[in-house]
Design a protein around this ligand. Structure first.
Ligand code: ADP
Ligand code: ZN
Length: 721
């Protein structure tokens, strides 16, 4: 089979994404490759398809032992011969796999690096027919990254001993130095680099000023309709992880803690539950996440500031792998800066590493204080040019007001100076506001020139000024000396009036007019659609549990969504859904068609969802996007191509719009007047309650008109009614 045929027949996808096809062809021609692609970009297919085409078994090296079995199961669901070897297998299982391997019965084998290095395995490699080596999470080879694995360095043995076999290294995160490390350690100097853009357009970035973060988290979850979604909440400390998880549980959500201090078994269990269940929140330290490939993580929330933009990008990147809208939300305050600086100062890294860490923290802070598009800044940091504001981050959606803060900044800085650079923010604010208290009296600070000169701002506004000054390097927090504030080399020009500064106006949460962000999650369903969606989910869970696999291994949410929208009634039309290849069609097609049938029967005496004639038929978000694109002059086929959806889905969207009366039938389909009348007549001949299925009409018309057309004509009829 060709790569294209494998994509369609085995994986059930219509088109390659981005560079996938080029990468696959390159590896098929014996080429080595370094692949940098964001999470969810589709890295796996880049080695899986060559593995199926090339002779012999492909060896996939991955550090993620806990997840290997799931990856293998997912492949087996597609009918692919895959297995893994790692320390979690029983001797019996390992023996079976070894035998399959010797007998050439495997196309893909996942191994942990330490297993690869055993003399026995190396021996096997010497004699076996190897299709390729794929090194997943290749950034683990670099000390610069935060996931350094010593065993990865030893992978240099691959190019030294097996130089004739293609190597493909893959990662979602690698800045310049990390990339260089990957290249040298894995001998990829001559390899072709495939660097896809870093952008994750479906993720909406947002940073809010910390002010009762627990409550803020809860309102975020509610406002965004995340109550029934799965997501990750990151915290810095183990203690906080425990506290937030418990608290969220009290709020009626399913939340599990995850951190390095938990017993191994518990950690494993929580990870597995997160992968397998729906509507589940994991509250975690950074110990959680590498390789978590649950596709429908709908939000990632940070209650503490990550150490670097790399970490932030990687952590937020775990949201929305399925390409559907997802949220990256973070609450941030001055305390975070102090805390991280302290950790950094206390770290035992050498001077050079510390300098780099500090630099990274500064970039992180600058990101938090952005007044322009966050995505632009983020991509810029990864050396990617993004010309226009994205329209999908908080600063784009709700532009930040700024003001000339030169004068208040001068007051703040001179107050630090006049009081001897020995006090923390709260004390400085008290002085600026001209408060009288024992400490101020004790230090006789009611006599300094900055006493009481700051009454134009409120306490919280001053906090915001100090936070921004610290974040931008105009003042520094000395964590060893009671978090007192100091001036820096950048303070002088500002104090002398040689430089001006714009500050962002922080809006207090309760002042903010409740601005409605459009719900960023899944397509919205009508009530009846929702109940179908739930039945489909239940069936999926049932099948998953019976096989002890995560439910997305059976079908992704996006495939279930297409089922709701398209209601396939035959195996042939079921095969058209994205994500349905021959193996899944064979195993699950009829089972899901039965669910759809049962549903159609149940609702046959009431109008089916699309038959809902009342004006407030909800157009799904997805249909809205199609409608916009159609209005922009794109043909249904072009829209299908762009959105990576089936043309039939696009027509389904357009029929919804027609039914709403927002689009004329003739704008969508070009047929003669008589032909339309003829189709209408045939439709009207059917009993109304049977109209949800178009098959009889399709057949009466001799199969001349595709379902898409029938659906649009039907929608038009319903509108007229
Ligand atoms: P990565 O490893 O880059 O994070 P994956 O390989 O796990 O991403 O792919 C992310 C998701 O996208 C998976 O669910 C995969 O099945 C899906 N996917 C990959 N390639 C395609 C494609 N060409 N068309 C549709 N879906 C795809
Ligand atoms: Zn933006």
């Amino acid at each position: 089979m060709t790569p294209q045929e494998i994509l369609r027949n085995i994986f059930g996808y219509q088109h390659f994404r981005g560079e996938q096809e080029n990468i696959i062809n390159h590896v098929l021609m014996d080429g080595n490759a370094l692949v940098l692609m964001p999470t969810g970009g589709g890295k796996s297919l880049c080695y899986q398809i060559p593995a199926l085409i090339r002779h012999g078994v492909a060896i996939i090296i991955s550090p993620l032992i806990a997840l290997m079995q799931d990856q293998v199961t997912a492949l087996q669901q597609f009918g692919i011969r895959a297995a893994c070897l790692n320390s979690s297998l029983t001797p019996e299982q390992a023996r079976i796999t070894s035998r399959q391997l010797r007998q050439g019965e495997l196309d893909l084998l996942y191994v942990a690096p330490e297993r690869l290095m055993t003399p026995r395995f190396l021996n096997f490699l010497n004699t076996a027919d190897i299709a390729l080596f794929a090194i997943d999470e290749a950034h683990c080879v670099s000390q610069w990254g935060h996931d350094f694995r010593r065993e990865y360095v030893e992978l240099s043995i691959l190019h030294q001993r097996f130089s004739g076999i293609p190597r493909i290294a893959l990662t979602a995160t690698a800045d310049g130095p990390t990339q260089r490390d990957i290249i040298t350690h894995l001998g990829l100097e001559q390899a072709k680099k495939f660097i896809a853009g870093f952008d994750r357009p479906n993720i909406r970035y947002r940073v809010v000023q910390k002010n009762d973060p627990q409550r803020q988290l809860l309102s975020f979850l509610k406002d965004e309709g995340h109550q029934n979604d799965s997501g990750i909440v990151y915290c810095l400390s183990r203690k906080k992880v425990e506290k937030i998880a418990t608290w969220l549980s009290y709020q009626g959500l399913t939340a599990l803690p995850y951190h390095a201090g938990l017993h191994n078994e518990i950690r494993k269990e929580h990870q597995i539950r997160f992968l397998r269940e729906e509507s589940i929140i994991i509250v975690a330290t950074i110990a959680f996440g590498m390789g978590i490939d649950k596709p429908n993580v709908r939000f990632v929330a940070h209650l503490d500031l990550p150490k670097s933009l790399e970490a932030y990008y990687q952590e937020t990147g775990r949201a929305g792998r399925d390409g559907l809208p997802a949220n990256a939300w973070m609450a941030y305050g001055l305390q975070d800066v102090v805390m991280l600086r302290r950790l950094m100062d206390e770290s035992e890294a050498d001077a050079q590493h510390k300098r780099i860490e500090r630099h990274k923290l500064e970039a992180m802070l600058a990101y938090c204080e952005m007044t322009s598009c966050r995505r632009q800044a983020l991509l810029n940091y990864f050396d990617e040019y993004f010309p226009n504001p994205c329209g999908n981050c908080d600063t784009c959606i709700e532009p930040v007001a700024t003001y000339d803060g030169t004068e208040v900044a001068q007051k703040a800085l001179s107050c630090i100076y006049r009081t001897g650079q020995r006090f923390g923010v709260q004390y400085l604010i008290d002085v600026l506001l001209g408060k009288t208290n024992d400490r101020i009296k004790k230090f006789r600070h009611e006599h300094v020139s900055t006493y009481g000169i700051g009454k134009e701002l409120r306490q919280d506004e001053w906090r915001s000024v100090f936070r921004q000054l610290v974040a931008r390097g105009f003042a520094k927090v000395d964590v060893e000396a009671y978090s007192s504030l100091h001036l820096t080399e950048y303070s002088r020009p500002l104090l002398r009036g040689e430089q001006r500064i714009d500050l962002r106006k922080d809006i207090k949460p309760r002042q903010r007019k409740e601005k409605k962000y459009s719900r960023s999650s899944r397509t919205s369903f009508t009530d009846t659609e929702q109940s179908l969606w739930e039945s489909l989910q239940t069936k999926r869970l049932e099948l998953a549990n019976a096989q002890n696999v995560p439910s997305f291994v059976i079908f992704h949410d996006s495939t279930l969504e297409e089922m709701v929208q398209q209601r396939p009634q035959s195996l042939a039309s079921f095969a058209q859904l994205s994500g349905v290849g021959s193996s899944k069609l064979e195993h699950y097609g009829q089972i899901f068609i039965d669910v759809l049938d049962e549903y159609a029967l149940k609702y046959s005496d009431t109008p089916t969802p699309t038959a809902n004639i009342n004006e407030n038929t909800v157009i799904s978000n997805s249909a809205g996007v199609t409608f916009d694109a159609f209005n922009d002059g794109l043909s249904p086929e072009q829209i299908a191509e762009l959105r990576e959806l089936k043309a039939s889905t696009i027509y389904e969207h357009l029929s919804q719009v027609i039914e709403q009366g927002k689009l004329e039938l003739r704008q969508v389909i070009q047929l003669k007047e008589e032909e339309i009348h003829n189709i209408e007549d045939k439709l009207l001949e059917r009993p109304t309650e049977e109209l949800h299925t178009l098959k009889p009409v399709f057949e009466t018309l001799g199969g001349v008109y595709p379902y898409e057309i029938l659906r649009c004509v039907r929608a038009n009829l319903w509108r007229q009614k």
